[in-house]
Design a protein around this ligand. Structure first.
Ligand SMILES: C[S@@+](CC[C@H](N)C(=O)[O-])C[C@H]1O[C@@H](n2cnc3c(N)ncnc32)[C@H](O)[C@@H]1O
Length: 296
């Protein structure tokens, strides 16, 4: 039987960007004192015969992806602690295996959403390594969809009163600004009462990173959307409220090479942002005085 491969599934352009965070997770997992482990990612890389160390030579991409993994794993675990029964929707999931890293208490329904060629590859890879039966109240599914076509929302059945967490990691910078705004407002409409964890790159990174980063240049993609201030997103819809904000650049300064000497620049590059999606602006106004915003 042929080995799974990107080319067999016609993956190119933006789909190929999934190799960058995969490489970062694989080299971290195989290091002496890893901050996290991604054994399934390591297995994927072996099946793909993928030279993770080579892609991870792009240091700032590598460390940025490792930092956001640490931040998002903790934030998703926190959500699952607060919501023992939950649905998580991971948009632009690529070969992310967070479902297997997080801890859920009662029941978890998890959907990894990506373009059809990526999902076909992921299903093939998972079928090649899956050996354990689904555990307890956990369900995992993959869904083929272009997230800019909101039909995907109708394909994920709602469970009454079950809180929903939507994740957008390493995705929004590849979409047009109007698509990002429509997507976030669409998610707010559909998953009112839920939460959103998203990664955003600064407008400066959007302008320069596509040409500077060897790993991104190899994929030929352009970066379309950047964000300086989370309040820009709050201003799109009164139901969206900032809960927290983390700077991947704050993580382990010694890992960043020359950027370790430039903390303000490092901090300004990318953000992971946590929003609450209120059911109505009215309810939000009533609870505004208790707003628990902490900015890292
Ligand atoms: C840089 S990768 C990030 C993958 C994953 N979130 C991670 O961090 O490992 C970007 C992913 O977004 C997906 N993507 C880009 N545009 C998309 C779209 N319009 N709809 C669905 N997925 C998309 C790509 O196929 C790719 O898997």
């Amino acid at each position: 039987m042929d080995r799974p491969s990107l080319s067999a599934h016609g993956l190119s352009g933006v789909c190929e960007t999934l190799l960058i965070p995969l490489a970062a997770r694989v080299v971290e997992s195989e290091s002496d004192a890893p901050a996290f482990r991604d054994p399934r990612g390591v297995a994927f890389a072996r099946l793909l015969d993928f030279d993770a160390a080579n892609v991870a030579r792009d240091r700032w991409n590598k460390v940025g992806c490792q930092a956001r993994t640490v931040i998002l794993d903790a934030a998703v675990n926190d959500f699952l602690q607060r919501n023992p029964r939950a649905t998580v929707i991971n948009l632009g999931a690529g070969l992310c295996t967070r479902y297997w890293r997080v801890e859920s208490r009662e029941s978890l329904r998890w959907f990894d959403v990506d373009l059809p060629s990526v999902i076909a590859l992921k299903r093939e890879l998972l079928a090649s390594i899956a050996s354990e039966p689904p555990d307890g109240g956990r369900q995992y599914a993959t869904l083929e969809a272009d997230v800019t076509d909101h039909a995907w929302m109708g394909q994920i059945p709602r469970v009454a009163d079950e809180p929903v967490l939507v994740i957008a990691e390493g995705l929004l910078m590849y979409l047009d600004p109007e698509e990002v705004q429509r997507l976030i407002i669409g998610v707010t409409d559909r998953y009112a009462g839920g939460e959103l964890l998203m990664e955003a790159w600064s407008p400066f990174v959007r302008r320069v990173w596509g040409t500077i980063s060897p790993a991104l240049r190899r994929t030929g993609v352009s970066l379309h959307w950047g964000l300086d201030n989370p309040q820009t997103i709050e201003a799109w819809d009164q139901r969206i409220r900032l809960i927290n904000e983390w700077r991947p650049g704050d993580w382990e300064p010694q890992r960043w090479g020359l950027l370790r000497y430039a903390p303000p620049l490092r901090r300004s590059l990318t953000k992971v942002i946590h929003f609450g999606l209120a059911v109505s602006a009215l309810r939000l106004a009533a609870s505004a005085s208790e707003r628990p915003t902490q900015t890292a």
